[in-house]
Design a protein around this ligand. Sequence first.
Ligand code: GLU
Length: 450
Amino acid sequence: MALKSSYMKEIYETVCRRNQGEPEFLQAVREVLESLEPVVEKRPDIQKAGIVERMVEPERFLQFRVAWVDDNGSVQVNRGFRVQFNSAIGPYKGGLRLHPSVNASIIKFLGFEQCFKNSLTGLPMGGGKGGSDFDPKGKSDGEIMRFCQSFMTELCRHIGPDTDVPAGDIGVGAREIGYLYGQYKKIRNEHTGVLTGKGLTYGGSLVRKEATGYGLLYFTQEMLQKMKQDSVKGKKIVISGSGNVAIYAAEKAQQLGGIVIAMSDSSGYVHDEAGIRLDVVKQIKEVRRGRISEYAKEVAGATYTEGCKGIWSLKCDIALPCATQNELDGEAAKQLVANRVIAVAEGANMPSTPEAVECFLQEGVLFGPAKAANAGGVATSGLEMSQNSMRYSWSFEEVDQKLQQIMAGIFHSAYDASAEFGAEGNLVLGANAAGFLKIAETMLAYGLTF
Ligand code: GLU
């Protein structure tokens, strides 16, 4: 898709000039600008107040040195980041990613997307993101701990329960949140809800661990029901990834009667036509921190294939990319379409390339974009914040029910906005427009210096 209006083209050119060498950030901005063209056309007040120009520029971007000592006694230096993108509707909120690919572009694309996603949840959360190019793979527990402590020693000056509330993302799970929270508490001498995804003994919320994956399936179910009078039941499902999002997406998919036939990690994928045995995957990934290839050695009839892209050549009804950005390209999308995929919903952030998204939309495949489909994780983080503020915790059923309502609400907000702006059923446009409008109205209310 091309940008049509000269107004949006100018904004995009400025963003390109200011953020050279940051392809993921530019990709994320471009998609949003394309979606917002019909919105801005209807709302000259938004254009007059320069809302879009302001939203593509983060409020604050922090980069810092993280020095730590490895098990051999050598000093290691990594780069830490936190982008505080937009705080119009609530404290900055978004995860921390630990992965060697992390750089300014990745953090800014994630932070930008987070603003719209958080807005869509209906909860009062602004957008932020952070992380480091630290590679957790192969590191000992002690190394992970020392890295997290050093990272938090700097980060703790910039965050707070009413300012900025980080959480997990790739490479950051319960263990890392524990080390980060412990260090924050020690330095600040405060027991507050400054991070989410905490352990259940110190302020965590039930369902948070499962929330992104479960939410993805609640969204997919709603999308299938409302747009095709169909459901997950009996469908063949391919899920890329085998981290937290993928595992709990698979769990809920199976609970809803779907058959998950493949999962992957950064080395390759396993195919099990009889249905993936999640107890085995959990044992490998959550307990042993091993590789998905081990699955094929343990389960008769399952096969392992080296390389990740081939997973999209498997015939399925529903595809759920839950690994990482740009993992599903135009070619993979064409293959899925040729195999008659019905629905694609994104568990990872921006896993489909623009060519893939274009292909799904043109071919009439139901497409749930990440901002909407994977918002269950951060939504439940929002519920964790509410419980921390109340110094109280809800039961699993209570949180799960709220999550289901939120995901259904997100689908309807995105769907209604797509219809309002002349592209009924285009949930990319709908999610961007609906997420944007709540922030835009708030920024209008604040006047012109925000
Ligand atoms: N990293 C998750 C996301 O991409 C969750 C963020 C959070 O819980 O704050 O939305």
